[in-house]
Write a protein that binds this ligand. Structure first.
Ligand SMILES: [Zn+2]
Length: 299
């Protein structure tokens, strides 16, 4: 195996093709890969614990030009409030399978979603990696939240009816192991719910990858390798099943065209904007080509 290689985080295969994205972080290049066997898209090498700590330190997380455009607490709050438009759709899908019980959120950020879930009648608790988020969850909403990574967290088996991760799984170096851990913490017939971005499942993402591959180029992504995994509907489903869940249901959504983040040159922005309208219509009508996925697995 080459020094920068890593086995596929989904199936363990070392046979992989390059995928035309990369990150530069701390003078190190992290390459996009796609598994030849299962199609999973990921970044190799995997960041080390030291690199992850640096990546998520305030210095990098809040620097100018961070992907979120978040430079201070109020920016995170603004983003959290803007994100609340999708709360009813996400909880509605969970409620259809598990209408009440103990709801645990991994990575609850500023607590807006967990507070919404509590208002809908669930008994809620959670963990949050950042000190700032944990403080907000407790002080603003009085939520039962502890500061911890999911790797370091422990609870008795079969503690929860629902475990939710919103925009978390794409950041985890060992996503499959974390899903297996989530499964042990769920009661029988408990539900895991995973909300992830799916950039390369949208029309824009597919066109961009095809164009880059045809040109033999790779696109440098403008931030540290926060996303070490990139999900497609098939690979999210496969990971839920491989973690031992009895079934997996993938729901696709898409951001409205007037609500997307536009990066790149003026021409790229124009292309992106014009493709988002037909994409929006197709996702709405047929549940395909979404840029957001909600994966549900039942224990
Ligand atoms: Zn694989």
């Amino acid at each position: 195996m080459l020094e920068d290689a890593a086995p596929c985080p989904l199936c363990g295969s070392c046979d992989q093709n390059s995928f035309p994205i990369y990150y530069l972080f701390n003078q190190k290049r992290f390459e996009g890969k796609q598994c030849e066997r299962c199609g999973f898209i990921f970044i190799a090498p995997r960041p080390t614990q030291n690199e992850l700590a640096l990546m998520y330190s305030d210095e990098y997380f809040l620097h100018d030009g961070a992907d979120f455009g978040a430079h201070a607490q109020h920016d995170y709050e603004t983003a959290a409030i803007r994100g609340s438009v999708k709360f009813p759709a996400i909880l509605g899908a969970i409620r259809a399978v598990k209408p009440n019980g103990k709801f645990f959120e991994i990575g609850c950020g500023m607590g807006y979603f967990l507070n919404f879930v509590r208002e809908q009648g669930y008994s809620v608790s959670g963990i949050e990696y950042s000190a700032l988020g944990t403080k907000m969850c407790r002080e603003k909403f009085g939520l039962d939240v502890v500061q911890s990574s999911f790797e370091d967290f422990s609870a008795p088996p079969e503690s929860y009816d629902v475990i939710f991760m919103g925009d978390v799984l794409e950041h985890l170096v060992e996503p499959l192991a974390m899903l297996q851990k989530a499964r042990t913490l769920l009661k029988p017939s408990g539900v895991v719910a995973l909300e992830v971005p799916a950039t390369f499942n949208s029309i824009v993402g597919r066109v961009a990858v095809a164009a880059l591959a045809a040109l033999g180029k790779a696109r440098k992504l403008p931030m540290p390798p926060y996303h070490v995994n990139e999900f497609m509907p098939a690979t999210l489903r496969a990971m839920i099943l491989k973690a031992g869940f009895a079934n997996a249901n993938i729901i696709q959504r898409i951001k409205p065209p007037n609500n997307i983040t536009l990066r790149g040159t003026a021409v790229e922005k124009l292309i992106k904007h014009s493709l988002q309208y037909p994409n929006y219509a197709l996702t709405k009508a047929f549940g395909i080509l979404g840029d957001r996925l909600l994966g549900l697995g039942v224990k």
